[in-house]
Write a protein that binds this ligand. Structure first.
Ligand code: NAP
Length: 287
């Protein structure tokens, strides 16, 4: 018997689609039904073998599933949960892939009254700036981390099933507290996206933006790649991880102010000290 007999992916994009492909490639899933809004994306998913069946109706799609994965933008979590609430199998495991955990848990609680014991919040630390089913690929999670943030009453059996599913997809699974997850990801993922979106937006609105982008070199491309990410997804992440993101932005504003002071004062020694410390830190974590 495969690890997952019937997988239901709600939101067949880069993240949900890649999970499906990884499990299929590992022979770890019996069949996959994908749920979405647009026919075009579901047609892509069927054509590319990402899913076996497509549906626009989340309620009926979850009825036959033993594993349900929410892979929609985080702002739609509550609405989707309200659709599926009365249709989930008693033994089915429900998990999600949202980049924010505290607010997703709150939306699940709002929809169900209390988060079900079989609900396991999760977040794969993997992705690209592409979206949709056509962007999915089976090796996305190989060697990448997946953070699971179980709640006090999350069933061990559900946690274990979700852990094994991600491990089968090639990931290394760790568990973390919900609030800690949101603070860490605000600093390491959400803040860098604000810097990339903000920088490109600012330059694009300058009078000589054509000239600026024409001469942009590799470093600019590297730094701004993530500004090509999906605006809906990132709007939702900002709205739903507000406090932690504001705290990370405030800390970064202090750093920027320090750099500005050093440049203004012609304090080369201070700049050298900051850059050296940053370079050592980066070399350290990139190994
Ligand atoms: P994506 O490629 O845009 O996929 C999301 C899919 O959800 C779309 O195909 C969309 O298709 C569908 N969808 C949107 N609203 C829906 C609804 N109300 N009901 C059913 N389907 C709906 O986005 P993604 O990158 O896979 O991201 C999905 C989730 O993963 C997000 O919560 C994000 O925070 C999280 N995540 C993303 C990354 C990353 O780097 N991309 C990394 C980790 C986690 P239709 O428009 O056709 O419905």
């Amino acid at each position: 018997m495969p690890l997952v007999e019937r997988l239901c992916i709600i939101g067949v994009g880069l993240i949900g689609g890649s999970l499906s492909l990884a499990l299929k490639q590992a022979g770890a899933v019996g069949s996959v039904i994908g749920v979405g809004r647009s026919a075009a994306n579901l047609d892509d998913a069927l054509r590319l073998g990402v899913i076996d069946e497509a549906s626009h109706d989340a309620a009926s799609a979850v009825e036959s599933a033993d594993m349900v994965v929410l892979a929609v933008p985080v702002g739609t979590t509550q609405a989707v949960c309200e659709q599926i609430r009365d249709h989930l199998n008693a033994d089915a495991v429900l998990t999600d892939v949202g980049s924010v955990k505290g607010d997703v848990v709150a939306q699940v609680e709002a929809a169900f009254g209390e988060a079900p014991a079989n609900f396991v919040p999760g977040h794969p630390i993997a992705g690209t700036e592409k979206s949709g089913a056509a962007a999915a690929f089976p090796t996305l999670y190989e060697g990448r981390r997946v953070l699971l943030t179980p709640l006090a009453h999350t069933a061990e059996t559900a946690l274990d099933r979700v852990r094994r599913m991600w491990e089968t997809a090639g990931a290394e699974v760790e568990t973390m507290e919900v609030a800690h997850h949101d603070a860490v990801l605000a600093a390491t993922s959400h803040l860098p996206h604000m810097l990339a979106f903000g920088l490109v937006d600012r330059l694009a609105r300058m009078e000589d933006s054509g000239e600026i982008f024409r001469y942009a070199a590799g470093g600019f491309r590297d730094f701004t790649r993530i500004a090509s990410s999906d605006p809906v997804m990132w709007r939702d992440i900002c709205m739903h991880n507000r406090e932690a993101l504001l705290a990370a932005m405030a800390q970064f504003e202090e750093e920027l102010a320090e750099l500005r002071r050093a440049i203004d004062a012609g304090d080369g020694e201070r700049l050298f000290e900051i850059f050296t410390r940053a370079r050592e830190a980066r070399d350290g974590f990139t190994g």
